[in-house]
Design a protein around this ligand. Structure first.
Ligand SMILES: C[S@@+](CC[C@H](N)C(=O)[O-])C[C@H]1O[C@@H](n2cnc3c(N)ncnc32)[C@H](O)[C@@H]1O
Length: 308
């Protein structure tokens, strides 16, 4: 990761991303878990950013441990701040009382005890003493690993942190999407900043870069620049890297459906397991058709909402 996700960008990240339908992404994740009959007790979220999905993971009632990891300490601090604010204001958090020890939060209500840890680490090289039943990552964060060795190393760390019947679920921008992003520039006007956004695509390198120049509406603060780089990979490459890392079974979906993902799908969801039979165990054509139809309708409704 180059010069990106610095302190000020972490402050305005949620405002810049305010139209991202995280709730809908969470519904899809929930359906993937239901499809595979998975009720995780522990989850690790890689590249968790400012915790937009992490806070939704709390809704998974089977969980008693959530660990959120991100390379940017600015993003992870913002994530912890957001949780703390929600807990203090008792916002959507089922009357949890809590205690805190630096970046660990111990939540408790009548039904549950839940520990949430935030950690600033590189997802290309991490280790946890206790394994997780579920490892997730969202919003093309793995495309930020622009070197194939980084991706391999990330998958190896994930494999050694996952329980045998656990699931590793992540999304990626497909190769087709990265290659066909339209080069353009526009301005996002926030209440406290202006953000000049420029998309640059290097088709040969399968690389998409976003140059951001952010100017706070405060004459005392200077403008600053960030560069975000994402690389597109062929599905076959991802499958090979997962296999080399020890994953024995992988399903690839066209995002927000249960149809097979292709290199020209927009966004892909991968579900991987260390156990060869784990993904087959609970599959059934009818169940798949049901979840596919349900999520396609959901997708249509969410898209219409954004059109009008
Ligand atoms: C597009 S944001 C997505 C954040 C979050 N998943 C969300 O859905 O809002 C990409 C995130 O990846 C993180 N990131 C990039 N490279 C990373 C790395 N090597 N290790 C851990 N996090 C990384 C960035 O700091 C940033 O928070």
């Amino acid at each position: 990761m180059e010069h990106s996700y610095t302190t000020y960008f972490a402050e305005i990240y949620d405002d810049v991303m305010k139209n991202v339908p995280y709730q809908y992404w969470f519904r899809y994740l929930n359906d993937i878990l239901k499809f595979y009959n998975h009720q995780p007790e522990s989850v690790l979220e890689l590249a968790s950013g400012t915790s937009n999905m992490t806070l939704k993971l709390i809704e998974l009632q089977s969980l008693n441990r959530i660990t959120a990891l991100d390379l940017s300490s600015a993003m992870i601090s913002r994530a912890a701040e957001k949780l703390e604010l929600k807990l203090q204001n008792n916002q959507d958090l089922n009357d949890f009382s809590f205690q805190k020890n630096t970046m660990s939060y111990f939540l408790q209500n009548e039904q549950r005890k839940l520990t949430i840890d935030f950690t600033a680490q590189n997802m290309t090289d991490f280790y946890f003493e206790n394994k997780f039943d579920l490892i997730v990552s969202f919003f093309d964060s793995f495309n930020y690993l622009t070197d194939i060795d980084q991706l391999q190393s990330c998958f190896e760390s994930a494999a050694s942190s996952l329980t045998k019947d656990g699931l590793f679920i992540f999304d990626m921008n497909s190769l087709g999407r990265i290659r066909t992003i339209e080069e353009k520039s526009f301005v996002i006007e926030g209440d406290s900043y202006e953000c000049f956004w420029e998309d640059i695509v290097n088709e040969k390198e399968n690389l998409w870069q976003v140059k951001l120049k952010i100017c706070p509406n405060n004459d005392e603060l200077p403008c600053f620049e960030e560069i975000h780089s994402e690389r597109g990979y062929k599905i076959q490459t991802i499958l090979r890297l997962l296999k080399n890392s020890g994953f024995k079974a992988v399903d690839v979906y066209n995002a927000f459906s249960f149809a097979k993902g292709k290199n020209n799908s927009d966004r892909l969801y991968f579900t991987a397991s260390l156990n060869k039979k784990r993904l087959q165990n609970n599959e059934g054509q009818l169940k798949k058709l049901y979840f596919d139809a349900k999520n396609r309708i959901d997708h249509l409704l969410v898209s219409l909402k954004y059109l009008f």
